[in-house]
Design a protein around this ligand. Sequence first.
Ligand SMILES: [Zn+2]
Length: 377
Amino acid sequence: MERFSLSDIKVKNRIDIFHYIYNNPCSSKQKIANQLGITLPTVTQHLTALMEDQLVEKSGQLNSTCGRKATSYSIISTARIAIGIELTEHTVHIAAVDLYVVKKAKVKINLKFERTEAYFETLRDHVLAFIEKYHFKNEQILGIGIGIQGLVSQGGRRITYATVIDVEGLSIDIFEKYFSWPCRFIHNTDCAANSELWVNPEINDAIYLSLCMHLGGALILNRQIKEGITGKSGIFEHMTLIPGGRPCYCGRTGCAECYCSASTFLDDQMDLDDFFQQKAQGNSDYQKRWEEFLYYLAILINNLHMVLESTVILGGDIIPYLTDKDLKMLQDKVVEFSAFGDAPTYILPGKCRNDAVAIGAALPFIQEFLQNFIEES
Ligand SMILES: [Zn+2]
C-alpha cells in the first residue's frame, strides 16, 4: 500500500485546494471542504497561506440560507502570466496571458527579421517596453514562448529546420541571455493548434490546418499534438498535391503550401483585409483566385480525412474572412472528391480566432504552472 507522509498530504491538500478554486471560482470554504473531503480548519489554514502568497483572494460574499453570508474565494488570475511572441518575417506579435489564458495585453510591431545581434537587441527592447507598459512584475512572469515557422527540437531549445525565416540552427540562448525568464521555441502551427485545444474541450482527435500567409498543419491525437520521431508529423504543407506543380520554398514542387496558403492568392504587399474587401466589391480575378484556393483546399482536406477520419479544424488568419457560403462551397467540393460522399460536417472553423500563435506560445508555461503547482508555503 502506498504511504503518504504528513508533509505529502499537506502538499497534496494545497494543490487540490488551488485546483478546486481554479476550476470553481467564487467557492466558499465550506464547499471546498465538502467537495475535497478536507476538514474546515485545514482548508482555512491553506487559504490563509495561499492568500499570503497572493495566489488566492476573497472574491465576495455568497448568499446563505442560514443568515450569515459566506466569503467566496477565487484565484488571482494575474498571479502569474506568460508571454507569447509570434515572430514572422516582417512582424512581431507579443501577447501576455493570465492563469486562465485570457489575453491581458498585446502589441504588434513591424520589425523585419534579420539574424543579427541588432535585431535581437531591438526585439528585447520591445518586449521589455511591453512588460513595463502593462506593469507586469518580474516575479509574475513564468516564461516567454516564441512561436516561429520552423521545426523545433524537443524542449524548444533549437530550431532544427526553417526556410521561410533564416532561423535554422538558432539556439534559444540568444533569447535567454537577454531575459531572466525561461524561454523556448515552439513551432507556430503547434502554438495555434494548442490554443484551439485550450478553447475547445470537445476536440479529441483532429487534423488542424493553419491557413495563413503560409500553410501549416498539426495532427492531434487524444488531445495531444503528435510530433513524430523527428517532429515532422502533421507537416501537411509539404505533401505533394500536384506532381510537378508550382515551386515551393522547400525546394520541391507541387506542395500543398503552393495551393492552400494565402500567399497563393494575395498580390505582393497586399494584406488579407485588402484582398477580401476588393473581392467583396466584385473583383472577379480575386473571386477566381479564392475559388481556386478552396478547390485545392478541398483536395487536401479529402486526402487528409482518408488518413484520419476525424474532425478537420480550419484555423489561421484566413478563417475570420471565411463566410458560411465559402464553407458550404468548400464542403460541397470535398464531397465531390470523396470516394464515399460522406457529409462533410467534420470540417469546422476553429474557435480561437485572434493571436492564436502568440497565445499558444505562452500557453505551455501556464499549463506547466497549473500541473506542477507545488509551491509549498
Ligand atoms: Zn514544400
